[in-house]
Design a protein around this ligand. Structure first.
Ligand SMILES: Cc1cc2nc3c(=O)[nH]c(=O)nc-3n(C[C@H](O)[C@H](O)[C@H](O)COP(=O)(O)O)c2cc1C
Length: 411
């Protein structure tokens, strides 16, 4: 396909894949595909991308497959950070600065990854973080994700900008999801969104507050330029169908920006007046803001920089977690997301005090690659990796994970 060829040509010059040449190997696999495939340099020469979800060995295998089937504009939007993408890289790099401190002669024959959050039990502390418009990666989008989440009993956080209505997603999940809230300047829209989520059974609302200042997504824009498809043919006359998204079916949305630059902490008080749901604040990164969140009665904090998609030149969210946990002192759950790619990353975050850990792009890679089966396999892989990492440090339950399980890598 033409757009794919142009896309590959573009990627060859992209900082994302700076070292990729476009020559094929003995197996007919382009260097580009090889470079995107697998994480271990030694595995590349004898590798081919997985042909089904079960063959994927890690989330990077899923990324390789997804990169070849998801259209360029959608792929670019998913992978994009902001500006020079230092925050995006910092998220993943932060995990590399910690090493595991293994322990021996501990009976790890029985492992338990189960996790309780707001009175509900889940099989794992890995949360499927909110991602808007998942129909861009697979036609079944959030429904496929919900089915996989149901099979593995994880928390699913559904974006305001979902491609499928919350009522359908809850049905596929088999229980109500957590609702992620975007706000505009009109509080009546917020009220309608929150009340709809509550009526559908949701008991947790996650207010995303990290995009108030706007953002500049260069990678997304560059990929858009090489996509030959016509946006308006799928996204309506403006090329963006925000107002047409299912959560806005009863709202006359008058803006394309699902954020407000005017938000202040008072918003939490107003929200409390219109809902009984637990209120989590998504997008905090400092101890000062954690203290304010507690002051304003938040029920939980999600340490997040939107996957490096809000401000650039930021820290990895793991660094934010490390300063927020001592401030919170166990009073409310602290969840972190951004850059989590391995089960060992989950362990590191929990050793630093996270109650649970969110993933975004890894499950999108599974979704783009193989739909529901891909998401299911991503969760299976990451849980298996977490189990191995916990066994290695002698922690049999989440409660047994402690700061002694990790150490900062010597400089
Ligand atoms: C394509 C994409 C869309 C996203 N959409 C939303 C959204 O609608 N609401 C939200 O709160 N966060 C959104 N996020 C941020 C995620 O919830 C999460 O914080 C982030 O993906 C975690 O980083 P990771 O992708 O490195 O795992 C989005 C992230 C991506 C990659």
């Amino acid at each position: 396909m033409l757009y794919r060829r142009e896309f590959l040509k573009f990627l060859a010059g992209s900082p994302l894949l700076a070292n990729a040449a476009l020559s094929s190997n003995a197996f007919g696999q382009s260097a580009l595909e090889q470079s995107a495939f697998g994480q271990s340099a030694t595995s590349l020469a004898f590798s081919r991308p997985p042909v089904n979800a079960a063959e994927a060995l890690d989330v990077f295998d899923m990324r390789a497959v997804a990169s070849s089937v998801v259209p360029p504009a959608h792929w670019g939007y998913m992978m994009s950070g902001v500006d020079g993408e230092t925050s995006l890289r910092a998220n993943e790099e932060a995990y590399q600065r910690y090493q595991l401190r293994v322990r021996r002669f501990v009976d790890v024959s029985k492992m338990d990854l189960s996790c309780t959050l707001f009175g509900a039990n889940y099989a794992s502390p890995i949360i499927v973080s909110a991602v808007g418009g998942q129909g861009a990666y697979h036609p079944e989008g959030e429904i496929a994700v919900a089915r996989a989440v149901k099979a593995r009993n994880h928390v699913m956080m559904l974006s305001t900008s979902t491609s499928h209505p919350i009522e359908h997603v809850n049905e596929a999940r088999g229980q109500p999801v957590w609702f992620q809230l975007y706000t505009t300047d009109k509080f009546e829209f917020t009220t309608k969104l929150v009340q709809r989520a509550e009526q559908s059974g949701s008991s947790v609302v996650c207010v995303t507050i990290d995009r108030a200042a706007g953002r500049n997504m260069e990678t997304a824009t560059r990929f858009l330029r090489v996509d030959r498809r016509v946006c308006t043919s799928c996204h309506g006359p403006t090329g963006s169908d925000r107002a047409g998204r299912p959560m806005f079916s009863e709202i006359e949305l008058d803006t394309n920006e699902l954020t407000s630059p005017r938000l202040t902490w008072e918003f939490i008080n107003r929200l409390r007046d219109v809902t009984k749901m637990k209120i989590l604040i998504k997008g905090l990164e400092t101890r000062e803001d954690a203290a304010l969140a507690i002051k304003y009665g938040a029920d939980g904090i999600i340490v997040s920089n939107h996957g490096g998609r809000s401000q650039d030149s930021g820290r990895g969210t793991l660094e934010g977690l490390a300063e927020i946990v001592p401030e919170v002192k166990g009073r409310i759950p602290v969840i972190v997301d951004g850059g989590v790619r391995r089960g060992s990353d989950v362990l590191k975050a929990m050793a630093l005090g996270a109650t649970a850990v969110g993933i975004g792009r890894p499950y999108l890679w599974g979704l783009g690659a193989f739909g529901e089966a891909g998401v299911n396999r991503v969760l299976e892989i990451m849980n298996a990796e977490l189990r191995l990492a916990m066994g290695g440090v002698g922690a049999r339950t989440l409660k047994e994970i402690s700061p002694a399980n990790i150490m900062r890598k010597p400089a």
